[in-house]
Design a protein around this ligand. Structure first.
Ligand SMILES: [Zn+2]
Length: 122
């Protein structure tokens, strides 16, 4: 598998399972049309149509691209960690039962774990 070279900060979050500061990520308030791919392996992770504003300081999605995201119990014992299913890059955490959207699911994802590809205008 070919992996992109990461900066120190990307590595801290993606490999070291860190968290970027809230309201600092480049995609928190990005609502353009497109897809979000894994910063490390380029696998498509989320569609812009599934993004919503949870006012939590990180990009939020109520659904992943089918099969793109793996859920794991977080070592903290209560949260559920999410990873890129293809390369294992740390993305963030998933929360359920908060009633933000009909799907009742919030993928709370670090901007730095993803890369946004705007939809091409025809
Ligand atoms: Zn990946």
């Amino acid at each position: 598998m070919k992996l992109n070279k990461l900066t120190k900060e990307e590595e801290r979050v993606i490999v070291g399972k860190g968290t970027e500061m809230p309201f600092t990520g480049e995609y928190d308030s990005n609502f353009r049309e497109g897809i979000y791919i894994c910063r490390r392996c380029n696998a498509p992770l989320y569609n812009s149509k599934d993004k919503f504003d949870a006012h939590c300081g990180w990009p939020a999605f109520d659904q992943e691209i089918k099969g793109a995201v793996k859920r794991l119990p977080d070592p903290d014992g209560y949260r559920v960690e999410i990873e890129c299913a293809n390369c294992g890059a740390h993305l963030g955490h998933v929360f359920e039962g908060e009633h933000y959207t009909d799907k009742n699911t919030r993928h709370c994802v670090n901007s730095i774990s993803m890369k946004f590809i705007p939809k091409e205008k025809k």
